[in-house]
Design a protein. Structure first.
Length: 662
């Protein structure tokens, strides 16, 4: 009897197994699961949820027939593509559900809500998240970062209510300007690691002092990204591998640079010396590989001041020929990695050696630590130029720097939206102390706001939240900042200028740009164009960049045509209110083409409006400098904080727009 019963059970289990695989593998069943408004049953686990999704209203509803802890997903045919739940492969969920907590109501004060005025207008971004690289990841990462930040904010309020005072910011939580490890000789199993509490920014540097040692002398330096709970291994923004004994390609010493991400694995490696000298391009005007690396040079082996040549009184100098390489086994080196504008530079003993261009989705703000492994006897590691927020308790001019709250739909002459990233504290402070102090801004006829995405690092987000509350001029974005998503910020600027304010003109600029607000207003007044305006440094003949190694690389799938429509360079362009309003309307209807180059994207949007019958006025302003500064400038780009302060001082002293030579 027992054998018969066991046999029945085995047959039953086998049939269940066949049925399960038949359902999963049957394409007809798979298609039926994707029909509109199909009810998909999920388990009774308390972590499951029920959502009714619609492209215009992704709200959460309860299933009245289910257990109180159970939820059900109803998928609308216009919803974003479904993805598999990583914890349960048989459960189908929408991308929108994975970021739903970003748009849940929060118990926040009026001053805190001022930083989220465009936030809920952007909830439909999830429906177009497949259109841009890193978009889905950016919103998922933002949800985790936002939950952590809100938990911290709520804890601070709870402690404050108990004590009757706000929770003091712990000293160790502040973002330090520099970190020094003088005794870095002891490696653990994972090598040496130095954490950067608030990431890196342009101008940050890491100086490593040590001696290649051991049997081989090979070592590697990795700049690793931050990771969030539940994520795979963090990305490697720079993999700097020094192979003194060569590798499978060469027997000579070589430096190999690369990147690694969980999604794309290792990228295309760059080698120094470069196999083909013609491939040695430049990054930030510096060679990718110093042309001297790998070449034979004459070096002095001895210099005897008492030994002279027979034909002259010049002392004899003994030399020999040797292949130059910046690292040598047993020889002390001082190597510095510096974050540049377009890439990462490495110098050794004061000489530039390599440059490595930033790759898509791997910006310097993402760096969370430096990891050093291999045969390198470390003496010290120093990180300097790190992003840090001024101590608000010691900001003497805080009242002057604060932005005055503006009523909703207030009419202003000009709204200026400034692109910034979370840990660019110094750039924002420099803007506040310089061109944001123009009388038109202080009087309220011009409004200025920074548009900032979240950071994967909680400490950065906490500092950013404090900054937003203190100055009232930051608009937080519901996604983690990636360069490929800056077009979303352009959309947010259009929303703020038309839905929050009633601005006659809307401008986009960057936090490393100096804007002469008075001259800009005067020029707009002279032009007197209030409809269909694109004002800026207009590019009429540009073509898509087809070099895969370029930061601005565009595939034929992204833009198949040979030329772009007219567009204005990103450091400073202005559109009229009707243009910005139409951008928002098209976005809300799902008809706005997403393109990862935001300034070109604005040109594409305007071209579409032109085809629909809108008369466009292109006003070319050559005093907007997209590549630096020029005397007589209206906008000067790529200005570090000290240069912004210098330009402001020169304007006050000379009453002339004169560039600074720092």
């Amino acid at each position: 009897m027992k054998k018969w019963y066991s046999g029945v059970v085995l047959v039953f289990l086998f049939c269940l197994l066949l049925l399960r695989f038949g359902i999963l593998e049957n394409p007809l069943v798979e298609r039926s699961l994707q029909r509109p408004l199909v009810e998909t049953t999920v388990s009774t686990n308390s972590s499951d949820h029920l959502y009714l999704l619609h492209p215009e209203d992704p709200s959460v509803v309860r299933n009245p027939s289910a257990n109180s802890s159970d939820h059900l997903y109803l998928l609308h045919p216009e919803d974003p593509p479904v993805v598999h739940n990583p914890e349960n492969g048989s459960q189908i969920i929408s991308t929108g559900i994975m970021v739903s907590k970003l748009f849940c109501p929060r118990n926040l004060s009026d001053s805190e809500l001022r930083s989220l005025q465009t936030w809920n207008y952007l909830e439909h971004l999830v429906n177009i998240s497949k259109a841009l690289p890193n978009a889905v990841e950016a919103m998922r990462e933002a949800e985790a970062a936002w939950e952590s930040l809100m938990t911290s904010v709520e804890e601070e309020k709870l402690i404050g209510s108990r004590n009757g005072t706000a929770k003091p910011k712990a000293k160790e939580k502040l973002c330090p300007y520099s970190i020094r490890r003088m005794n870095a000789s002891e490696f653990n199993y994972d090598g040496f690691k130095l954490l950067f509490p608030c990431g890196l920014v342009q101008g940050s540097s890491i100086t490593i002092i040590g001696t290649p040692s051991g049997l081989i002398g090979d070592f590697r330096i990795d700049l690793r990204g931050a990771e969030l709970p539940g994520e795979p291994d963090p990305p490697i923004i720079l993999h700097y591998n020094v192979r003194l004994s060569g590798d499978q390609i060469t027997e000579d010493p070589v430096i190999v640079q690369n990147t690694w991400t969980p999604a794309d694995d290792w990228g295309e490696e760059e080698r120094c010396p470069i196999p083909d000298a013609e491939d040695n391009g430049k990054v930030d005007d510096l060679e990718k590989c110093n042309s001297m690396v790998g070449k034979y040079t004459e070096i002095v082996t001895s210099n005897n001041p008492y030994s002279f040549s027979k034909r002259s009184l010049i002392p004899k100098v003994a030399t020999k020929s040797r292949r130059y390489f910046p690292f040598r086994q047993g020889h002390l080196v001082i190597a510095t990695i510096r974050m540049g504008l377009k890439g990462i530079q490495m110098s050794v003993d004061g000489k530039h050696i390599t440059s490595f261009a930033y790759r898509d989705g791997l910006e310097p703000w993402l760096v969370n630590e430096v990891s050093i492994l291999g045969d390198l006897q470390l003496i010290s590691v120093l990180a300097s130029g790190l992003p840090t927020l001024e101590d608000l308790e010691h900001v003497m001019d805080l009242d002057i720097l604060k932005s005055t709250p503006v009523p909703n739909h207030k009419a202003v002459d000009l709204f200026i939206g400034v692109f910034s990233t979370a840990n660019n504290f110094k750039q924002r402070m420099a803007v506040r102390r310089t061109w944001k102090q123009y009388e038109a801004v202080r009087a309220g006829s011009v409004a200025v706001r920074f548009f900032v995405g979240l950071h994967k690092n909680q400490m950065v987000n906490e500092e950013l939240w404090s900054e937003a509350r203190a100055y009232g001029d930051i608009q937080l974005m519901p996604f983690v900042d990636y360069y490929t998503l800056i077009t979303w910020k352009t959309l947010a600027i259009c929303i703020y200028g038309t839905k929050i304010l009633s601005a006659k003109y809307i401008m986009k600029t960057d936090d490393d740009a100096f804007v002469r607000v008075d001259e800009l207003l005067a020029s707009l007044k002279r032009e007197n164009v209030t409809h269909g305006l694109l004002f800026g440094r207009i590019n009429l003949e540009s073509q898509p960049e087809r070099d895969p190694e370029s930061k601005w690389y565009i595939t034929p799938q992204e833009w198949p045509e040979e030329k772009y429509p007219p567009w204005a360079h990103g450091p400073g362009y202005v559109v009229s209110r009707d243009i910005a309003k139409t951008v928002y309307k098209k976005y809300k209807k799902g008809r706005l083409k997403m393109f990862k180059l935001e300034d070109v994207a604005m040109g594409i949007w305007i071209e579409e409006m032109k085809k629909e019958g809108v008369h466009i006025n292109y006003v070319n302003e050559m005093r907007i400098h997209s590549d630096g500064c020029g005397n007589g400038y209206m906008v000067a780009h790529y200005q570090e904080p000290r240069e912004l302060l210098c330009l402001w001082q020169k304007l006050h002293e000379n009453h002339q727009p004169i560039c600074c030579e720092l």
